[in-house]
Design a protein around this ligand. Structure first.
Ligand code: CA
Length: 231
């Protein structure tokens, strides 16, 4: 059975989440402070952890940081504010996803499923042929990309975005982070420009492969590469 650890000091939230997960067939364990959660996670890593940030004894960021020294199992952060996500992304602590409060339990369960699917053995990002997309080929030297043998005709900016996003399937990048990673000169690039580059990139990917939405918009945060389900 898939075991999920919930670390949340607000008992009402924790018990609703626990109910939903159990009804969805998961085994759950609940901790209401950071230190006991960390002890348990390190002693016996679960299949997934839902980790609140504001916690007594040890906050969620510290739990994440220390847990990552011992285990690579998927961790979804529960954050009270969207601004926290930006801070977390900047810290690059290796969370697998972020869910902002208030969330619907149904949405949370869907995210749990998606993260478990993505991180299941055999679908690890590093094992995907190229960038978490079968059929996607990037030529870093000439800034050329093709999907399923069809050239994508990307601009240099679009290529840069594709490179960063597709090499980290599922990871959410803020616009500020994309600006830093995907653009070698940022003189004239605004965060709004990124949106239009992403839009063009989506259109070009969609022209070749219309059944899959490759780039997920994360409201108020940024974008993530969405690897297609494994055949
Ligand atoms: Ca809390």
């Amino acid at each position: 059975m898939t075991r999920i650890v919930i670390v949340e000091d607000e008992i009402d939230i924790a018990s609703v989440v626990q109910d939903y997960l159990r009804h969805s067939g998961y085994e759950t364990a609940h901790f209401s402070d950071g230190q006991s959660a960390l002890d348990s996670i390190v002693a016996s890593p679960p299949d997934l952890t839902l980790l609140d940030i504001m916690l007594p004894r040890l906050d969620g960021i510290e739990v994440l940081r220390r847990a990552r020294e011992h285990t690579a199992h998927p961790i979804i952060m529960l954050t009270a504010r969207i601004e926290e996500v930006d801070r977390l992304l900047g810290l690059e602590l290796g969370a697998d996803d972020y869910v902002c409060k208030p969330f619907s339990p149904r949405e949370l369960v869907a995210r749990v499923r998606a993260v478990l699917r993505r991180t299941a053995p055999g679908s690890a990002p590093g094992q995907a042929p190229q960038g978490g997309a079968p059929g996607l080929v990037l030529d870093d030297v000439h800034w050329r990309a093709s999907l399923e043998g069809t050239p994508l005709n990307l601009t240099r900016r679009e290529f840069g975005l594709l490179q960063v996003l597709s090499r980290h399937p599922g990871r959410i990048f803020s616009r500020a982070r994309l600006l830093e990673l995907a653009y070698d000169d940022t003189v004239d690039v605004t965060e709004r420009a990124i949106d239009s580059h992403v839009k063009n990139l989506r259109r070009k990917l969609g022209a070749v492969s219309p059944l899959h939405d490759w780039i997920r918009s994360v409201y108020g945060v940024g974008f993530a590469w969405e690897a297609p389900p494994q055949a």
